[in-house]
Design a binder for this molecule. Structure first.
Ligand SMILES: [Zn+2]
Length: 129
């Protein structure tokens, strides 16, 4: 083997080594993708199991004691959400007349107490003026 042949062989080895490596890279990427798909399935199943246990807890059924603390915490969070939503809906349900401070329904164009015409409120997105 002369100098050129040795060089050519070495270049060829490097080239095929790179092709093999990029093939491995593609293959590894596919495997990583499939691993992540499987991990997502586990997370979805864990969520499903959690939702089922929580439903049992809310329905007054028997649940493993080990879950008691988390179930209680979840229930408290749910109560907080309900309270916040209720407050938000109450705020949206009426406004206050700027003239006489009467409560006004969302569709009152004029204050029923003092007759002042009401402007569009900041929470009312439906007006096209
Ligand atoms: Zn008024």
């Amino acid at each position: 083997m002369d100098e050129f042949e040795r060089f050519a062989k070495k270049a060829s080895d490097v080239f095929y080594g790179m092709v093999r490596k990029s093939g491995e890279f593609v293959e590894n990427t596919k495997v990583t993708y499939n691993i992540n798909l499987e991990k997502d399935k586990i997370i979805k199943l864990q969520n499903k199991i959690g939702a089922k246990i929580y439903k049992i807890y809310k329905d007054g059924g028997e649940y493993p004691e080990a879950f008691a603390e988390d179930l209680k915490a979840m229930s408290e969070i749910e109560d907080n959400i309900k309270t916040m939503e209720k407050n938000l809906n109450e705020k949206r349900a009426y406004t206050i007349c700027p003239e006489c401070s009467s409560k006004l329904g969302p569709n009152n164009v004029y204050c029923p107490t003092c007759g002042t015409k009401q402007g569009p409120t900041s929470t009312d997105q439906s007006t096209n003026e």
